[in-house]
Write a protein that binds this ligand. Structure first.
Ligand code: FPP
Length: 242
């Protein structure tokens, strides 16, 4: 497995796919060309993750804050997403990949929302890997919606305040049922979380590479996984307790 230890692979990898715009600029192309090239990386990373046996891959495809981008860029991104979902359905079914999405999905354009829901439905019985797309996603927004539902359930008497714990709270998040990410990868060198999976990343190993997302392909992914396998995860304990 290209120098990787199978037993030490992360179960859940989350990726902040950053740098499409800078990649385009570097090549004297319009920003959308960067996103187009970024889709090729998405395909290659999904294929590699599935092949290696990673169980969950979460990709930050569109943040809640991305709604503030110019209208033309937003519609170009939505078009790319529609095309990706249409093109990939057959592949997902063939490779036993279940699609999932997290975020304020109601804000998506109707056609994107419909294709997304349709693909989720068609792949619901796939068991090989979960491809989880974060769309219109913000970590703070996710925590607020969880809190509102939890308060509602508490006021209605379905939950006792004393029973509210991290694991109960996790059940109200979009990621309910998924393990927390073991590894977070961020491309293009920025040292921040950008409102991504704020709750779930509590003990996640972080790997940041200066490479722009369109240049992040199989070899770079393997390198990130190797770096992860060298990490010593203690979850707040001392080495002797592991
Ligand atoms: C960040 O680059 C990237 C995005 C905001 C969108 C990511 C989308 C894709 C890779 C393509 C569509 C996704 C799927 C799943 C088919 P940036 O524009 O912020 O780059 P910059 O920081 O260099 O400007």
């Amino acid at each position: 497995m290209e120098g990787l230890i199978k037993e030490k692979l992360p179960k859940h990898v989350a990726i902040i796919m950053d740098g499409n715009g800078r990649w385009a600029k570097k090549h004297g192309k319009p920003r959308i060309e960067g996103h187009l090239e970024g889709v090729k990386s998405v395909r290659e990373i999904v294929e590699t993750a599935r092949e290696l046996g990673i169980k969950v891959l979460t990709l930050y495809a569109f943040s809640y804050e991305n709604w503030q981008r110019p209208k033309e860029e937003i519609s170009a991104l939505m078009e790319l997403l529609n095309k990706y979902l249409n093109d990939e359905l057959e592949n997902m079914l063939k490779n036993d990949i279940q699609l999932m999405a997290i975020g304020e999905l109601d804000l998506l354009p109707t056609d994107t929302y419909n294709i997304l829901k349709e693909t989720i439905k068609k792949t619901k019985d796939c068991k090989g890997m979960i491809l989880n797309l974060a769309l219109s996603y913000g970590g703070r927004q996710e925590i607020i919606q969880a809190t509102k539902r939890l308060v509602k359930a508490t006021l209605a008497g379905r939950i006792n305040i004393g029973d509210i714990s991290p694991s109960l709270f996790g059940k109200y998040l979009y990621t309910a049922g998924l393990p927390d990410p073991d590894l977070l990868i961020r491309t293009s060198g920025e040292m921040r979380i950008s409102n991504f999976l704020l709750w779930q990343l509590a003990y996640t190993e972080i790997y940041i590479t200066p490479i722009f997302w369109p240049e992040f392909r199989r070899a770079q992914f393997i390198e990130a996984l190797k770096a992860y396998q060298l990490r010593n995860r203690r979850f707040g304990k001392i080495p002797e307790q592991e």
